[in-house]
Each structure stands twice: as C-alpha cells, then as structure tokens.
Design a protein around this ligand. Structure first.
Ligand code: KG4
Ligand code: ZN
Length: 351
C-alpha cells in the first residue's frame, strides 16, 4: 500500500472540497492532466454575498460521486488504472473538508489504493508543475487566495520556508469584502477587476501598510480605507452602515473605487515579490491561488521582475483537484501513504 508504483506511469485521482468547489481530476506522473472536473457552487453562494459553510458541505455531498465518476470517465480510466488517491485534508471549511476526505477514505478502502492527504495551499503552487515548462528550484511562490497571502521559498519539494504572510485579511478576502461594500457581485476578484477596467485608478489615493517584516502582508487597513473614502464620497461619516453604501454610489464612483483599490492591492503584491526576488535570487517565480487569475497582477509582475513567469490557465488558478493530484505525485516520494481509517482534517493548518 505504500510508496510509488514504478511499473510505468503513476496515475493519481485527486479530490478537492475545501471550500465551495467540488473537484476531481486524474493526473499522470504529476505532470500530465488527463481530466479536470470542477463543479462550482458560486451561483448558490452569490445570493448570500459569500460562502455559507453548511450549504457548501451539503452541496459537496450531492455532487461528490458524480464528479469523481466524471473525472475517471473523462480520463478514460478504470479503477484498476488508478494508482493512488489524493485528497485535500487542510486547510478549509471543516464540513467541506469532511465530505472530500470521507469520500477519499472510503474509495481508498474499497479499491485498495494508497491514500495521500494534501495541503491545499501548498497544492496551489503545484498547478505550475502542470505547465509545459515546470518551474525550477529554488522557487519563489506568491500564494494569493481567498484565505492566504504568503511568499514562500521552496528549495525542494520538501524544504521550504515562509518569507512573509498576512497579518490580517488575505488579499482575496479583501477583494471579496471591498466588492461587497461597492455592491459588486461575489466573488469579488473577478467583479472588481471587471469594474476597474472602466475606472480611474488614481481617483482615490489609498494607503499601503508598513510592516516590521517587509515581506509580510496586511490588507485590512486598505479595505477600511475604501470604506471610509466611499462613505465620504457620498457625503456621510464613518458611522454610516457599510451595507447601505452601495445603493448611494454612482457607477462611476464604483468603477473608480474598484480601480483605485486594485491598483494598491496589486502594487503591494508586486513590491513584496520584487523585494523577495532581489533578496533570494530564485530560479523560478510562480503565482498560485485564485488571485493569480488577476490580469493586472500578471501584467505588473511581468513588468517589474526580470524573469519570465509562466502562469497557469484560470481554471488551474482557482480551486481544482488537478493541483492536488500533482502535489501527491511528489509527496509520494517523501512521505508514506496514510491509513485511510486514520486520515483527519485540519481546518486551519499552516503550510
Ligand atoms: O484559491 P481560491 O479559488 O480559493 C481559496 O483557496 O481561497 O481563491 C478564491 C479567491 C477569492 O477571494 C476571489 O475573489 C479571488 O480568489 N479571485 C480573484 C480573481 N479571481 C478570483 N482576485 C482577483 N482577481 C481575480 N481575477
Ligand atoms: Zn484555494
């Protein structure tokens, strides 16, 4: 049950349910994507302006097995042709993680497959190993998702150090919260970048936080600055309820706030990545996580760093199971498979 199968290629079935995407994928040798099925719950949660954990868990249950079956049939794979199962066990919403891990544990027992528990945030970095030109160590990774903002330096698959992390809100969370203030739809990242296309990024000067460790992040002050400036722009003071603001903003103000916020958020990410790049001279730089889908961030990073950056396609930036299966291939070299009866979930485990 342990270790890699060396008779030809190794096909891994990945399962991901840490937040609001139910996903399964088959990846061969950590490199070749054979199927990638993602069932998003965005439509269900959009009406609440954010993910409702209980609803997310229930929705995962409804589609989990059809998603796994589709991943197998899209890859043209029978269970006999699957060498291992990998599943996200940390971090994430506890109810959501439980659906994926219980499914994976059961399938591993029934089909007698080695099972690998995978860290979701580390896996985001491994979406880059699915590219035609995979990154080379040492790798500087800017990890920017709804729950995390981190700069991590990987010396190898097993040796990595966190250079900086967020002290409060993650950058994706800031996009989501600012979108809510402005009355833009959930998730905030795509709707803010769309609104920003028609806005003036220099209209509202917003602050950048200064931190003791220059590679740490803080986005909560920026979010509050948008709120205060928006209250001011409609002639109200700080006591005015944020949920009533959107109705008073004009489209022009909304677009200008979106552009001004995005400019500062992106500049902050680019400045810190550039600082880390100069300090550590990595062989590759990668961006991982949902915010990596941001076009402005991609353009600015490419402009500021004297190194070519290859970006995963959008569907591999946001949550997916291909990255889970990709990481599992390398993890199988370092760690033994886990006992399916004992695999646990860790909702807030750091990378
Ligand atoms: O990695 P991900 O799919 O889920 C987590 O692990 O959190 O990231 C979701 C986050 C959300 O906060 C969403 O607003 C943000 O990624 N996001 C974006 C864009 N697309 C998604 N942020 C900025 N620009 C985008 N185009
Ligand atoms: Zn994620």
């Amino acid at each position: 049950m342990f270790g890699k199968c060396y008779s030809g290629s190794m096909r891994i079935l990945g399962i991901e349910t840490s937040c609001d995407e139910t996903a399964a994928a088959v990846v061969s040798d950590g490199r070749v994507l054979q199927s990638n099925v993602i069932k998003s719950q965005i439509d269900i949660h959009a009406q609440y302006g954010g993910v409702v954990p209980e609803v997310a868990a229930r929705s995962h249950i409804e589609v989990m097995l059809p998603v796994v079956n589709k991943a197998l049939s899209d890859a043209n794979a029978t269970w006999d042709e699957i060498d291992a199962i990998a599943v996200t066990h940390a971090p994430g919403l506890i109810g959501s993680l439980l659906v994926g891990t219980l499914t994976a544990r059961t399938l591993a027992l029934i089909h007698k497959k080695p099972l690998y528990p995978i860290h979701h945030i580390k896996a985001h970095v491994y979406a880059n190993f699915l590219l035609e030109k995979p990154p080379e160590f040492p790798i500087l990774a800017l990890i920017v998702s709804g729950g995390h903002s981190q700069l991590v330096l990987f010396q190898s698959h097993s040796d990595y150090q966190i250079l900086g992390r967020t002290q409060d809100d993650a950058v994706g969370e800031a996009f989501d919260k600012v979108a809510k203030i402005l009355g833009l739809s959930y998730p905030g990242g795509p709707s803010i970048s769309k609104a920003a296309l028609n806005g003036n990024p220099n209209k509202y000067p917003l602050p950048k936080s200064k931190l003791q460790n220059p590679l740490d992040f803080s986005f909560s002050g920026l979010k509050t600055a948008v709120l205060r400036a928006a209250q001011h722009s409609v002639g109200k003071d700080y006591t005015f309820p944020s949920h009533q603001l959107a109705a008073l903003l004009t489209d022009e103000q909304r677009n200008d706030f979106a552009a001004s916020f995005q400019k500062v958020a992106v500049e902050t990410l680019v400045d810190k990545t550039e600082t880390a790049y100069k300090q550590y001279s990595p062989a590759s730089v990668v961006i991982a996580g949902g915010v990596a889908a941001n076009r402005e961030l991609r353009e600015q990073l490419s402009k500021h760093l004297s190194i070519e950056i290859n970006y995963p396609p959008m569907e591999l930036c946001t949550d997916n199971a291909a990255m889970i299966a990709a990481l599992a291939y390398y993890q199988a070299d370092i760690e033994p498979a886990t006992d399916p009866r004992k695999l646990e979930v860790f909702p807030s485990l750091s990378i």
